[in-house]
Design a protein around this ligand. Structure first.
Ligand SMILES: CC(C)(COP(=O)(O)OP(=O)(O)OC[C@H]1O[C@@H](n2cnc3c(N)ncnc32)[C@H](O)[C@@H]1OP(=O)(O)O)[C@@H](O)C(=O)NCCC(=O)NCCS
Length: 163
């Protein structure tokens, strides 16, 4: 089973959002109230929502992970903020190393941009995942979703060793 990670193309946008929503609703929903889930992964995915996502105001570098040419994971990096912005894996592809492959690629791109540290607002759900990849929890806090809704998060960071 080969996992490949590549940059997202514009015509992957709907699938990118579908994987994001599936991960939130299928995995993270156990740890958050329904109101947070509804704002974090709003349904349905509309053409307007896709257009707003593609506008990409924060200049996210967006990645997709594929198995057998099917997108089953997504990730994002914001270089200007030293921020690992996103890592989500479809529930039926979890615990196969897809999330790790995405984070390794994000770290590689970060190093290419000469970043020496990455920060992440981890969901409570993903904290053990980021810890397994060498991220340390700095403090518990709140992440503010685009809608203004607040959600519990863990502020994590990792120093990137040169490779
Ligand atoms: C967190 C997430 C990205 C992990 O993706 P994944 O592809 O399943 O992760 P991997 O298979 O690469 O896991 C690597 C290691 O992380 C750790 N890990 C991953 N998920 C874990 C969990 N639920 N509980 C404990 N440890 C976990 C394990 O050590 C794992 O290694 P192992 O499977 O050999 O034990 C995925 O579960 C997800 O999308 N979660 C919901 C969305 C979310 O909260 N994303 C983060 C937003 S900030």
């Amino acid at each position: 089973m080969e996992i490949t990670v590549r940059k997202m193309h514009d015509d992957d946008a709907r699938r990118f959002l579908e994987v994001h929503h599936a991960a939130v609703r299928g995995i993270a929903a156990e740890d958050y109230p329904q109101a947070v889930i509804e704002d974090w992964a709003p349904q349905p995915i509309t053409e307007k929502g896709i257009a707003e996502f593609l506008a990409n105001p924060d200049n996210e570098i967006r990645l997709v992970a594929e198995i057998n040419s099917e997108i089953i994971g997504i990730g994002a990096l914001v270089v200007a903020n030293n921020e690992l912005r996103a890592c989500y894996v479809a529930p039926d592809a979890s615990r196969k190393g897809v999330g790790s492959a995405l984070v390794h690629k994000i770290e590689s791109i970060a190093r290419d941009h000469e970043l020496v540290v990455l920060h992440a607002d981890s969901s409570v759900t993903a904290e053990p995942f980021y810890r397994a990849l060498g991220y340390a929890a700095r403090k518990h806090g709140q992440h503010i979703l685009r809608s203004g809704q607040r959600m519990a998060c863990v502020k994590m960071e990792k120093r990137l060793e040169p490779q």
